[in-house]
Design a protein around this ligand. Structure first.
Ligand code: BGC
Length: 761
């Protein structure tokens, strides 16, 4: 018997119940008599928020490196870098006695209004899943567990504690669970945190299908499921539903409820034991790594600076960037140059070890150029003409104006959503006035999620999206502006032209306690492409100080079996004059499918660095899943025979090379035909077509004759008989012909179905 099994055997019912509820806000219950230590957890995700007074939820925390938030991390598209960041987080967590870091967050960006988007990666589950897995791998390589959160469908903060997200099964699997699935299977997080909200009627904290059937059984998750802080409503129902650890504690009433339920026979003790087993496993795993010591603040600050620079996205550049040497007078405008907006509000808030002030960092790299600063806008939403006038006069006297524009901090926060996608009225007026007075105006943005720009973007020379960039972001901005770093970030979320264009617009935030995900699979670029809605900047887009050419795209096979997968290669050449990095993206387009599919979907990517004039061959593997979709009828991921385009590009809207391949599906699927199936369904089903095809031909000939004999005034003249029949159930058609049939319609259909099933065997 393993140690854990023997501990379980020796535990009292009271000890088991207590272990499944936190001892404090950030720790589990220790059982000294059995040698079970406590497990310390801490937020997360982009830094270690270890409270100085661990008995309180809102205590000031120990200084730790504030890395860029997930919206910035995602735009790096750099899995190796995220692994490094994860490893650095582990060093800090170990130094601060933390065994599990509460992150990363991996919810989809369904609407750019979600207040917590700064903590989430992307609108695309493949990208988000890959990045989350890397961060988890890095963190756990240092002996610190991750807590992948918030599982699942916590895609808005509005009514997050109660709202019921109504999502059809296919959308759930392909969009809202797929990123978690990838992160769980690849990253193997020690813990997963369940979301506050309800999903299709059941609280995620009690959702057996979600936590047990899918997460634990289907995906093979071996760690523990922890509640979001305060997400449990009925402790016993939550244990039954697969929620192992309730946080925060202490909660004596919950412990009592569990004891009572076992004693009454309402809760099977084996269910409790299973949660105890999972918790003990992680408690002991965390205890293997020694705690204490220090971490290298300077090295981690340097890493945070590197990550921040890699996450920045050059959205527009008419050639003004990088700033040329020899500039004499630079106007620096905008409060964010002095008080940077580098993280969001809420549980992820980090007490940074230091903060790089953008203005000072510029000064350090500006050489002999003189900097002239104006605040430009107030700290609140007021309109201040004097600040605007001052800024314009400073801008007019300079050779270039750098405008640091940060979303007011209250607009990037946990707990509530944004009301709009706008900058403040003063910020918009400021950009317009400064760019009118100064032809060389560069806008540097700090925000955790997309903003709209149509009122001002045409007038400015360049836009750099710097995101909520972490404590060293101020220095990273200077690195990019002066060309010390060539920007290579690409958008992990679409920037719309206006709020009304966004996918969830008509189905957000919900009412009557429900939010219906009516746009289905079509979020982010999947939506904009399907609706042919123009956007400000598409998913995957980002500029550089150099240019790249794509050539020689090849695929490993023109025809392939789904289980063999496919390898794609393409040559990338740096055709500019400076070194740079390119993010190569591979999308697939399915020519024909039984169920509707988005026009294209991201299935692979790679980031490479190239010196000017150099070429590298990039190889990207596409596995079986890359071609599959979730079919609710079969209740599984399926592939279908047929042609796919492999689209290789620099963004979702900039496809540079294309190859067409033919997939052969090895899936043996049962037939979905049933007595109510329509003619179209019979003909679309490969076995149905064999069995029913000849009969269909006879039926059509009969129809043709009837139409041929029809005379003027006959209502069937001018009709397309085939189209009319297609969506009628075969059985209904046979009933019209009952008198002419040799057997009852039901018997005929039954006979056909039997032959279909025989073919399947
Ligand atoms: C947040 C989680 C966080 C937890 C602990 C909750 O309100 O949703 O993301 O980890 O608090 O602070």
């Amino acid at each position: 018997m393993s140690d854990i099994e023997s501990i379980i055997q020796h535990m009292t019912l009271e000890e088991k119940a207590a272990l499944c509820t936190g001892a404090g806000p950030w720790s589990t219950t220790a059982i000294p008599r059995l040698g079970v230590p406590e497990l310390v957890v801490s937020d997360g995700p982009h830094g270690v928020r270890r409270p100085i007074d661990a008995s309180k939820i809102g205590s000031l925390s120990h200084p730790a490196t504030c890395f860029p938030t997930a919206s910035s991390l995602a735009c790096t598209w750099d899995v190796a870098l995220l692994r490094d960041m994860g490893a650095a987080l582990a060093e800090e967590a170990n130094a601060l006695d933390v065994g599990v870091l509460l992150g990363p967050g991996n919810n989809m960006k369904r609407t750019p209004l979600c207040g917590r988007n700064f903590e989430y990666f992307s609108e695309d589950p493949f990208l988000a899943g890959e990045l989350a897995a890397s961060l988890i791998e890095g963190l756990q390589s240092g002996g610190v567990g991750a807590s992948l959160k918030h599982f699942a469908a916590n895609n808005q903060e509005y009514q997050r504690f109660s709202i019921n997200a109504e999502i059809d099964v296919r959308t759930l699997r392909e969009i809202y669970l797929a990123g978690f699935e990838r992160a769980v299977k690849k990253g193997k997080p020690w813990t997963v945190m369940c979301a506050y909200n309800r999903l299709n009627g059941t609280f995620c904290s009690e959702h057996h299908e979600l936590l047990v059937d899918i997460l634990k059984d289907e995906w093979g998750f071996e760690g523990l499921v922890v509640s979001d802080w305060g997400a449990v409503h009925d402790r016993v129902a939550a244990l039954r539903g697969g929620l192992d650890l309730e946080m925060p504690g202490p909660k004596p009433s919950r412990v009592q409820a569990v004891i009572q339920a076992v004693q009454d026979g309402a809760l099977d003790e084996a269910v409790l034991d299973e949660s105890v087993r999972r918790i003990l496993k992680i408690v002991f795993k965390a205890a293997e790594t020694p705690k204490g010591g220090t971490f290298d603040q300077q090295a981690h600050d340097a890493l945070a600076r590197k990550v921040a620079a890699e996450g920045m996205v050059l959205l527009k550049n008419n050639g003004i960037l990088p700033l040329k040497p020899g500039l004499k007078r630079i106007a620096v405008i905008g409060r964010a140059a002095e008080t940077p907006h580098y993280q969001g509000g809420g549980s992820s808030h980090i007490n940074p070890t230091r903060v790089a002030m953008p203005l000072k960092e510029l000064q350090q790299q500006a050489g002999s150029a003189e900097l002239f600063y104006a605040a430009g806008y107030p700290a609140d939403d007021q309109f201040r003409q004097d600040l605007l006038d001052q800024a314009v006069s400073v801008a007019r006297d300079a050779e270039v104006a750098l405008l640091y524009i940060a979303l007011p901090t209250y607009k990037d926060s946990e707990g509530y959503d944004r009301a709009d996608l706008d900058l403040t009225a003063q910020q918009v007026a400021l950009i317009q006035a400064v760019s009118a007075a100064q032809p060389n105006t560069v806008v540097i943005l700090n925000n955790g999620s997309a903003v709209v720009m149509s009122e001002w973007i045409a007038g400015v020379s360049a836009v750099l999206e710097a995101w909520t960039m972490g404590q060293a972001g101020g220095a990273a901005i200077a690195d990019v502006l002066f060309g010390k770093v060539n920007p290579s970030g690409k958008l992990a979320e679409t920037f719309p032209l206006k709020l009304a264009d966004t996918p969830a617009y008509l189905n957000y935030p919900g009412e009557g306690g429900k939010v219906r995900y009516g746009e289905g699979l079509f979020i982010g670029y999947r939506y904009y492409e399907a609706k042919q809605t123009p956007v400000q900047f598409p998913f995957g887009y980002g500029g550089s100080y150099t240019t790249f050419a794509y050539s020689n795209a090849t695929v490993s096979a023109a025809a392939f079996k789904d289980t063999d997968g496919l390898t794609v290669t393409v040559d990338i050449t740096n055709t500019g004059t400076v070194a740079g990095k390119e993010v190569v993206q591979v999308y697939i387009h399915d020519h024909k499918s039984a169920l509707v599919r988005p026009y294209k979907e991201l299935k692979g990517f790679a980031k490479i660095e190239l010196q000017p004039g150099k070429t590298k061959t990039v190889t990207i593997a596409l596995d079986d899943r890359a071609f599959a979709y979730y079919h609710p009828g079969y209740g599984q991921w399926i592939t279908e025979d047929g042609e796919f385009d492999i689209l290789i590009g620099a963004s979702s809207a900039d496809i540079r090379c294309q190859q067409t391949v033919t997939l052969h599906s090895t899936r043996k699927l049962p037939s979905l035909l049933n007595p109510e199936s329509t003619i179209r369904e019979w003909l679309d089903d490969p076995r149905g077509k064999i069995v029913f095809g000849p009969m269909f031909q006879q039926m059509m000939e009969g129809f043709g004759r009837a139409l041929g004999e029809a005379t003027d005034g006959n209502e069937m003249i001018g009709m397309d008989a085939t189209s009319m029949l297609m969506d009628m159930p075969l059985l209904s058609i046979l009933h019209f012909q009952d008198a002419a049939l040799s057997a009852p319609p039901e018997a005929i259909v039954h006979g056909l179905l039997q032959r279909v099933h025989q073919l399947a065997e």
